[in-house]
Ligand binder design. Structure first.
Ligand SMILES: [Zn+2]
Length: 323
């Protein structure tokens, strides 16, 4: 069953991206063995990234959210693809802080003062990079601010994860409402009223069978002229596409000298994927092979450079003779 919906209201004033991301967040929590607060923080970032992934046009397009602050969480990063795949990690997976006065998890203090960086790679020569100072570190507010400052887009973001002692992720959900350029008068106010009395999104999500039910719970109180209907159903799922081939590429970026040093000093190497914690072991024979590839690549590059320089010299106009 699909867990996400793109919807629009009757008057064409706003678009809604909504997801029940429980499975993806539960998978992240299982893989990274996160503490309750780390699950909250990572779950919100993953859900936010997944929702922004729904806005991408091509399955291969991707968006990365990086929250980096001076709090104990250090860094939280999530990448989402247009295909609906999401992956992410948190530097401090055992993060623990007392809850806020109202009993809610203190994600803001966990992240602290810092910066949100958004990297959007849609197959252009250079990826788009947007950067803002964090407003609260509570993730949803920061994303709302990001849309406003970096994309001049008025939007409303809500993200929530709920847990119970016997079940680290009971429910996870999120939505982004984006105002459209032709929004009619009264749409923003109607939305504000509907969302004001909403309460906890994750609690609402707990007894929902699917995203349509959640959509109805969240937006069902809007007046008829702004009632929302689904345009499209999509699916957000946890997936890390790492492989030995990709990790070989990472090893090759070290360069021949570093590979030689690894071979001589350790005789083997092990890399762990940051996203899914899969381990990739490189034995001596494998490292020797990579060193050969790296050395050959360096030689080819050098020859190409020489040939290019010779060509440039040959084709360069003769220096003018001075009289
Ligand atoms: Zn991986």
């Amino acid at each position: 069953m699909n867990n996400s919906i793109i919807a629009i209201d009757q008057s064409g004033s706003f678009r809604v991206y909504l997801t029940l991301s429980t499975d993806a967040v539960a998978e992240a929590c299982r893989i990274h063995e996160t503490s309750p607060l780390a699950t909250q923080a990572l779950g919100r970032v993953l859900t936010g990234a997944g929702l922004m992934g729904l806005m991408l046009k091509e399955p291969k397009d991707r968006i990365t959210l990086q929250f980096k602050g001076d709090g104990p969480a250090r860094e939280i990063l999530a990448t989402a693809y247009g295909s609906g795949d999401v992956k992410g990690y948190i530097s401090n997976r055992l993060l623990d802080l007392p809850p806020k006065e109202d009993g809610s998890p203190d994600v803001g203090s966990a992240i602290g003062i810092g910066v949100l960086t958004v990297i959007k790679d849609v197959g252009l020569k250079e990826p788009y990079v947007g950067r803002i100072d964090l407003s609260s570190g509570e993730i949803a507010d920061d994303l709302t601010m990001y849309f406003f400052l970096s994309e001049q887009q008025s939007s409303s973001v809500a993200l929530g994860v709920s847990s119970a002692p016997d079940c680290p992720v009971k429910a996870a959900a999120g939505f982004i409402v984006q105002m459209l350029p032709d929004a009619v008068d009264g749409a923003a106010e109607a939305l504000e009223n509907a969302l004001a009395g909403l309460g906890s999104l994750s609690r609402l999500a707990e007894d929902c069978d699917g995203p349509r039910e959640l959509l109805d719970k969240v937006f069902g109180t809007l007046p008829a002229e702004f009632s929302v209907s689904a345009l499209e159903e999509r699916n957000i799922r946890w997936h890390c596409g790492c492989s030995m081939e990709r990790l070989e590429q990472v090893m090759l970026t070290l360069g021949a000298d570093e590979l030689r040093r690894l071979l001589e000093e350790d005789g083997e190497a092990e890399l762990t994927c940051q996203f899914c914690r899969s381990r990739y072991h490189f034995d001596r024979a494998h490292l020797e092979m990579l060193l050969r590839v790296s050395t050959q690549a360096a030689q080819i590059k050098e020859e190409r450079r020489k040939r290019y320089e010779a060509q440039q010299k040959g084709e360069a106009p003769e220096p003018r003779k001075s009289n």
